[in-house]
Design a protein around this ligand. Sequence first.
Ligand SMILES: C[S@@+](CC[C@H](N)C(=O)[O-])C[C@H]1O[C@@H](n2cnc3c(N)ncnc32)[C@H](O)[C@@H]1O
Length: 251
Amino acid sequence: MNSAEVVAQNRQYWQALAPHRPGESVEFFRAGGSALNPDELAAVGDVSGRRVLQLACSVGDEALTFAGLGADVTAVDLAPTHLSTGRAKAGALGLSVDFREQDMMALDPELTGFDLIFISWGGICWVPDLTSWAADLSTRLAPGGVLVISEHHPLWEVLTVTAPMSVNGDYFAPARVGYADPLKAPEITRELESPILSRSFVWSLGALTTAVLAAGLTLRSLQEFAAPEMYAALGDKAAWLPATYLLTATR
Ligand SMILES: C[S@@+](CC[C@H](N)C(=O)[O-])C[C@H]1O[C@@H](n2cnc3c(N)ncnc32)[C@H](O)[C@@H]1O
């Protein structure tokens, strides 16, 4: 299957899930809630007045957070229903986000000059070709612009974390069809019978940093974090393995 076919299958997969994924409520945002965690907020810095592009934005919760912080936000996703949900929330909150139905492997040519490109939590696994994706993004950043990737750690992706612990994927072979470990699937797929299998990728940190550097970007930081709840079966050793990471690179 080539990249375009992978994306076409994933569009169907996500569009089947999208009506069941509301994300955070309007009340959450009205009460001052943020869809970005403190590490992400520190990594992105002051976004007020900055041009932000969010990739694989889903129902727009992080995009709405950026908009609430004063950024000029464009947010893209494959699933039109996710985007409709995001637009409805933006309308209710009086926030402006340019939600666009776009494949992040084939972005509109006019989407350039961004101060920040952001992708997170189950976003990068939908990139079928990391090298060309990173190379394309580097051309869409303004000089000095920053790429921020906040994601599940690839080691967590290939481990099944219920006891006894086992390995559900090959760290060095990124492509996967469906989910070998249901804990890695979006929550809704555990309840929904979908005939459509997703096609996703576990990108190792080596593959990721190589692609970012090959794109001509400057790596600023690569932090790995523990998240004990993601390895709960390991008990008092649950914080001994990396669960998430946060990469920043600049043009
Ligand atoms: C798990 S969600 C991302 C989560 C998001 N960061 C959040 O916290 O809500 C994955 C999203 O990626 C989108 N997606 C998958 N492949 C894509 C592609 N090629 N281009 C754009 N979006 C894509 C899906 O439609 C889905 O909304």
